[in-house]
Design a protein around this ligand. Sequence first.
Ligand SMILES: [Zn+2]
Length: 279
Amino acid sequence: MPELPEAETMARELMAKTRGWLIAEVLVNFPPIVASDFRDFTDLLKGREILKVGRVGKWIHFGLEGDHDLLVHLKMTGQFHFDAWPGAKGVWPAHCHAAFRLTNPKSPNEERTLFYKDTRKFGRLRAFGPGELEPFLTSLNLGPDALTATHLEYHQRLSSRKGKLKAVLLDQSVLAGFGNIYADETLLAAKLSPIREAKTLSLEEASVLKEEAREILTKAIECRGSTVSSYQAPEGAGSYQDHHKAYGQAGQPCPFCEKPLKKTSVGGRTTVYCPFCQK
Ligand SMILES: [Zn+2]
């Protein structure tokens, strides 16, 4: 599932390839992926220039001219890539469910098609007219971004929740951006146990957690994310999986004490940790 570094990578690469381009045509071949009003979806997007592409937590946001927006939740396997417009023949690349034909106003003969691809089909696309995005984002109740939140925010938000530290870290209303990979990596680096109660976290421990999270997420963005199963950014696979020390490493030596890392389940999610080093 794409987490903060994967969503950030996608947003950056989409920005580089689509900013300033116009959405000339929109096709959807699997209507359930559109979570906003399907009848309005094409009308809200068609003919609009893409002004910017960014990330909100693990969501991808396209800011369009005239205060219109496209927001995409990638869920398990959502991704974007460029290919040829399906056209009249209707030939779609495998597992692609929405197509956006883009034209370059500075070079009228140039066009490219952006596809939304989603093997599991759990991702969702939403189009917004003027003034509609903000209320929707508010309704998501996302916590501060995991990359930019301060150590005080880490402490206040984590220590005020009931539940195991790992489960609370995965709650997007506490901090936005963590998923299973970067929660395990960050907790091991910070030497904090995933199974302790979040409310026992001290300010000093929260500062260490925040600092390790910043380092790991920044490095993962430099590596263009982790490709462990299906994730691909528009420019291809990421490489941070080569740096994983916890995720998928059960039985491997702990980087601190060299005893084998243990696998358990926290809140229904597979969790790898060192019972000796993570307090
Ligand atoms: Zn250890």
